[in-house]
Write a protein that binds this ligand. Sequence first.
Ligand code: ZN
Length: 377
Amino acid sequence: MSRIPAILSVILLSGPLPAQESPKPFVTYPGPVGDYLKRIQQGRQVHSFDASVRFGQWQEKAREALIELTGLQQMEKDLGGFTPKIRLGQAEKNNEPFTRALCSIETEPGVVIPFYLLIPKDANLAQPLPLLLCPHGHDKLGLHSYAGAFKDDKHRKTVLEKKGDIGAQAARRGFVVIAPATRGLAEEVLVPDPKGRHGNRPCRAQLIHCLLGGRTPIAERVWDMQRLLDWAEKHPLIDRTRVAMAGNSGGGVLTAYTAAIDTRIRVAIPSCSFTSVMSAEGFIFHCDCCLVPKLRDWGGWKELGGLVAPRHLLIVHGVKDSLHHKPTVEKLAANIQGIFQVAGAPNHTAHEWGNNGHRFYPSLMWPFIEKGMAERN
Ligand SMILES: [Zn+2]
């Protein structure tokens, strides 16, 4: 008599196994609405990754189209004649192994973006240091949080219990750090929402005003990051070939777009942010201020990731982060792995899960950054 295979005995004892291929929906919509959303959000995906096209050629065309789509090209046209103005602040007295100064850069007429500049105290001109550019997300005190310049004990406690002082951590590890205000998110650079017309949400007000003017908050934020990079790459203490960028949440979205558009970013770590535009049901994952109209006619986050290759991209999420959907993230990460394979750099991307919620996972980040900085390609 043949033995009953183990799998069959489980079925006999406990009934049929659940279907494996359909993960739990992230949200549900009424049937006709769901069908409509999926249909209109599919888009034309003109620049969808195509392995049959020469890799560099696909990237060049996709990047050019993305620059136009975000409104960044419009900003380049409008602001081409403007010279950004840097104001360096006085370094404060502290007991840290780095100096910290609150500085600012005027990136377009009347738009002054504050940023912290952190420099290790043992920095010297003979050995320029790597740079970490770390823009924050939806935290009105964001640049202060990242730089470890706390307003009070409560602020310190809130940030440190999530290891959110990522800039201060980097400076202790020997990085020069620029921790800038993210336009529309930091208290210093908000677009007010008088009368609550846009839901009492300054970042949504920023989106609406931008769209009217032919640009997006993403373009404004990438523009600011690029003007900071222009300045940083001439700084004598900074090694322009070793630039990392990291941000959590909205700062991660900005990291993804900046790294896709600007090849000066060598290692990109978008934290708790790198996911598809939408879930299988049509739910849009990111905040309104991260919207790029017609993005689905261009492609999606798979293509954003592909534009970073063959540079270095670490996608990090938290298993308890309710803003994101694990199966969606894993499918996207696998697709991006495939693109890096085609680019000849399969080891330059990775995907990690932290064991907590919506926050940084420094212990997963630093080894990846250091490896990316050490490689000479
Ligand atoms: Zn927002």
